[in-house]
Design a protein around this ligand. Structure first.
Ligand SMILES: [Zn+2]
Length: 489
């Protein structure tokens, strides 16, 4: 990526914000009745005109959890990430600076709010209540409005799929599929829905009318890309690698993308935000294959054959993410903004008897960012840019005001004039539908614990005994069904 970069050329697209702001009112929410119908009809004409003249730009944001600059640069140089390469050619690319500790819920919430965790309130994976009980951080624990709330309030339709810490779903102008859709808690969810008077109260999707289709897509398991599943031959991996689990994580990225595509095709939202968790989940287990064997504890070393096979498998996961970015971006035109980014990289480190990759220290502080769209000079450098800059950048690009209470600012590579500002977007309540399902929450906490993800920094108060710090004996691997919104120590 970095070798492909040229010095940025002069600023195109300086009038961008003005063009965008005129069409803020082109939302998709149907009006009630009476005079509003007339107003909507007039607005509809304006919107149709806007679409025809291509002045109503759309935004796609694809999160590739844990995509490392080191691997991305290597694969770009080998021509194996054609879709990210194209974005780099047509726009900007570079490293994206993250925040420590790099726990995915806090970083992705910073990406979505423009604020650091001290302000947005999502400190890690779990919070501990007065009685010492652990709870998964939920969307209601977020103290800041996210990009999807701000845009939705401005009349722009939004689609959010599998973003961290979005359950229970929020009422937005569009569709939100939360990060609690995964199949491994299906039984708990169904039991709860049978037991409760209002079943709609527990769905991981807003609006609930999308639930059946989303669950159908989740369970269909058809392929979207041609990248072969690299985990179908478990005997090629060391015994402590649970290839079946990794295969599940690999295919789950396709599931997420398939759901996102279906909603995008049907609803044509202005803003689409999708998070692909597979690269992170899989890197935790087989990152060590990219490293000299003596960097790993004796129990988790790869033979030379296993090392070659597992590193190639990890590259395939990146290739699939690249292909999914290509599929998701296919309907976005040259004037739209397309962003692909990761929340951190990886470094070598043994943990839990089965993990060989971590993102614990500053060796993993950088993720990647790729951006193309109106106003971004082709082949330009994205740096310096920080995870807290994403939401201010997208707001400014759309012509929406940036919150003065945000910690980030619009990224330089967008080359925008100073944006309009507002003291804060955190005004008014965020409406949420549904609630935490206790059995689901318990199950998720158990799984996080079993993987050792609840150590200090994951949300435990300082000085509390670290949960789940007992590593499984060598040879024993992670639970078969994965840990849902889990991350590594
Ligand atoms: Zn992770």
């Amino acid at each position: 990526m970095l070798s492909m970069q040229r010095m940025r050329r002069g600023g195109a697209g300086s009038a961008l914000g003005l063009g965008a702001v005129r069409f803020q009112a082109c939302g998709r929410r149907p009006p009630a009745a009476g005079w509003m119908l007339l107003a909507a009809a007039i607005a509809g004409l304006a919107c149709a005109g806007a679409e025809r003249s291509q002045v109503s730009p759309r935004v796609l944001i694809v999160g590739i959890d844990g995509a490392s600059p080191r691997v991305v640069e290597h694969l770009l140089a080998e021509g194996r990430l054609p879709h990210l390469a194209r974005i780099a050619r047509e726009g900007a690319s570079g490293k994206l600076r993250s925040i420590q500790p790099m726990y995915s819920p806090r970083v992705w919430t910073t990406v979505a709010t423009g604020k650091l965790p001290a302000k947005h309130g999502i400190a890690g994976f779990v919070r501990v209540d007065e009685s010492g009980e652990r709870h998964i951080f939920q969307s209601g624990d977020r103290r800041s409005h996210a990009l999807w709330n701000i845009a939705s309030d401005a009349g722009m339709s939004v689609e959010v799929v599998n973003w961290w810490t979005t359950h229970p779903p929020e009422v937005i102008d569009g569709v939100m599929v939360t990060d609690h859709l995964f199949p491994e808690v299906r039984d708990e969810r169904q039991a709860f829905m049978r037991a409760t008077l209002d079943a709609a109260d527990a769905v991981p999707v807003h609006p609930a009318s999308w639930l059946e289709r989303v669950e159908g897509l989740r369970d269909a398991d058809t392929r979207l890309t041609e990248v072969p599943d690299p985990f179908t031959e478990p005997e090629r991996f060391p015994g402590w690698v649970d290839a079946e689990f990794l295969s599940y994580r690999f295919r789950f990225d396709e599931t997420i993308a398939r759901i996102a595509l279906e909603i995008a095709e049907q609803e044509k939202p202005r803003i689409v935000m999708v998070l692909l968790p597979g690269v992170d989940k899989i890197s935790h287990f087989i990152w060590g294959a990219l490293e000299p064997p003596d960097e790993l504890p004796p129990g988790t070393r790869f033979t030379p054959e296993q090392q070659a096979y597992a590193s190639e498998a990890l590259y395939r996961v990146y290739e699939q993410a690249d292909a999914l970015v290509g599929r998701l971006a296919a309907s976005f035109g040259p004037d739209d903004l397309v962003l692909a980014l990761s929340d951190h990289g990886f470094h070598v480190g043994g943990a839990m008897g089965a993990l060989t990759g971590l993102h614990k220290d500053k060796r993993a502080i950088d993720g990647v960012i790729f951006a193309r769209g109106r106003g971004i000079a082709p082949g330009s450098r994205a740096e310096p840019v920080h995870v807290k800059d994403l939401t201010p950048s997208v707001l400014a690009w759309l012509g929406l005001p940036v919150g003065l209470d945000m910690d980030g600012r619009p990224a330089g590579f967008l080359d925008l004039p100073p944006p309009a500002t507002v003291a804060s977007h955190d005004r008014g309540p965020i409406e949420r539908v549904g609630q935490a399902i206790p059995a689901v929450e318990e199950r998720l906490v158990e799984e996080l614990e079993a993987l050792g993800y609840l150590e200090e920094g994951g949300g435990e108060p300082a000085g509390a005994p670290a949960g789940g710090s007992q590593p499984p004996p060598p040879g024993q691997t992670a639970p078969k069904h994965g840990a849902g919104p889990a991350d590594a120590p």
